[in-house]
Design a protein around this ligand. Structure first.
Ligand code: SAM
Length: 433
């Protein structure tokens, strides 16, 4: 018994059969890894004229495929598929858009697909209601018949069936396998019309090639399919780094206008809150559970605004970042363990701060830190203390790059179920003479 049997119910079985019995799928069928049958719906009519369609009730253009020939055709196919895990699929522009995930699911969960190709204005709705398990669309456009869609489904499912391709590595890592597009491919000659193959592919260093290819997947997905890139969830530490790095590169905009800082105002609240949303999403991608609950919300920023402790960093007129600098002591900082704050040095506290997504990597974060230094000095402090989530590596990197030193560990009060561990950092501001 073949690993996968596909029965395509169609008015054009010869055409479909010919296409699906070429090349790789054709060879797989010859080997018996897959079985593809193309069945003529017209052979199952119960009228003398072998009529498969009729005028639509209610009037209107075109004809509709009748339920009876489709049902008789389906019954005869199903009668020979006992013991198989079958799925009856109608190809229709009204179905769920077809994706690689659908192909994977069909190859994994079934070993018998019945693909029904409509024509004319479609098929009698009662047949769909009573016999179809799933409706699939090739995309948001209308074809004259379901054959092209059925061939696309059959081809993409069959190539995932064991024994069809030489190795599963042939499809793992291809475009859409894990939500990214594939890296660029090259073959001989090394130089074609003055264009060279990237050097890394010629050096023979397998590890370097793998790294380069993975990074290219991120870059081209970001460029060609930003929708996929935004929805990609990295599963490994190295992917997480690449995702942030490539995402940052994209966002790297040049600061063409003056960057300034001023106390935040009521009207700035919505811009601040949308930066919080972006930061929240970015932390989620990094699997840092900081800011994953309602904190920080509008009430916290209103509190900061009332006390004149919230500041916005502007690129020209646009709010690019914000921070809160507070004179009030932070109670949880008394419980620092594994280290200590610089004794007898009063410090202000840098709280909530974030940079808008499009400004990440632009140098705004470093400018924010300098503005915080200036504000602290203006408030009469030579020291700033802050804390960050122990897994928030980008923030830790930024703090260290801006002169902060790790001083020990803290426990903060957060929403139940969230990580309470933080790292305490401190900066003693050097005053330029
Ligand atoms: C002209 S279409 C009928 C479209 C139908 N009247 C409607 O507007 O939804 C004829 C047949 O082509 C097939 N078809 C058309 N577009 C398709 C698509 N995007 N995906 C899958 N099948 C499609 C379906 O089997 C459909 O029954």
């Amino acid at each position: 018994m073949s690993e996968m049997r596909i029965d395509i119910l169609t008015l054009f079985p010869d055409t479909v059969y010919a296409v699906l019995h070429e090349s790789i799928i054709g060879r797989a069928a010859k080997k018996g890894a897959v079985e593809i049958n193309c069945v003529q719906i017209r052979d199952y009519t119960d009228n003398k004229q072998n009529q498969v369609d009729d005028y639509p009730y209610g009037g209107g253009w075109g004809c509709v495929m009748m339920a009876q020939p489709l049902k008789s055709c389906l019954d005869s196919v199903m009668a020979t598929a006992a013991g198989r895990r079958s799925r009856v699929i109608y190809l229709t522009p009204q179905g769920q858009p077809y994706t690689q995930e659908t192909a994977k699911r069909l190859a994994r969960d079934y070993d018998h697909l019945v693909l029904i190709c409509g024509h004319y204005e479609g098929v009698d709705e009662r047949f769909i209601d009573s016999c179809v398990d799933e409706e699939i669309s090739l995309g948001d456009f209308v074809l004259t018949g379901g054959e092209i869609a059925a061939m696309a489904v059959a081809d993409s499912v069959c190539r995932l069936v064991p024994g069809v391709l030489a190795d599963e590595q042939c499809y793992i890592g291809e475009s859409h396998w894990d939500g990214l597009l594939e890296y660029p491919q090259y073959t001989r000659p090394e130089i074609w019309e003055g264009r060279e193959v990237p050097q890394v592919l010629l050096g023979g260093d397998h590890e370097k090639v793998e790294k380069w290819r993975r990074k290219q997947q991120f870059i081209r997905t970001r460029e060609k399919r930003p929708d996929l890139f935004e929805n990609f969830t990295p599963a490994t530490e190295s992917d997480r780094k690449l995702f942030e790095e490539v995402g940052r590169d994209r966002n790297r905009i040049s600061l063409s206008a003056p960057v300034t800082c001023r106390a935040a105002e009521e009207e700035d609240l919505s811009a601040i809150l949308s930066i919080v949303d972006e930061a929240r999403a970015s932390l989620k991608r990094l699997r840092v559970d900081q800011w994953q609950g309602p904190y920080p919300g509008e009430e916290h920023f209103r509190f900061d605004l009332e006390r004149g402790e919230c500041f916005v960093v502007l690129h020209g007129e646009e709010i690019a970042a914000f921070f809160t600098l507070s004179e009030r002591e932070e109670k949880s900082y008394d419980g620092l363990t594994d280290g200590k704050w610089t004794p007898e040095l009063p410090g202000c506290v840098l709280h909530r701060c974030a940079v808008a997504g499009k400004y990440r990597g632009s140098g705004i974060a470093e400018k924010l830190m300098r503005f915080a230094d200036e504000r602290a000095l203006a408030m009469g402090f030579k020291c700033i203390r802050t804390d960050t989530h122990r897994k928030n590596k980008p923030m830790q990197r930024l703090l260290r790059a801006c002169g902060y030193r790790y001083r020990g560990n803290l426990t903060v009060t957060v929403e139940p179920g969230h990580d309470t561990a933080r790292q305490g950092y401190e900066k003693i501001i050097k005053v330029r003479r």
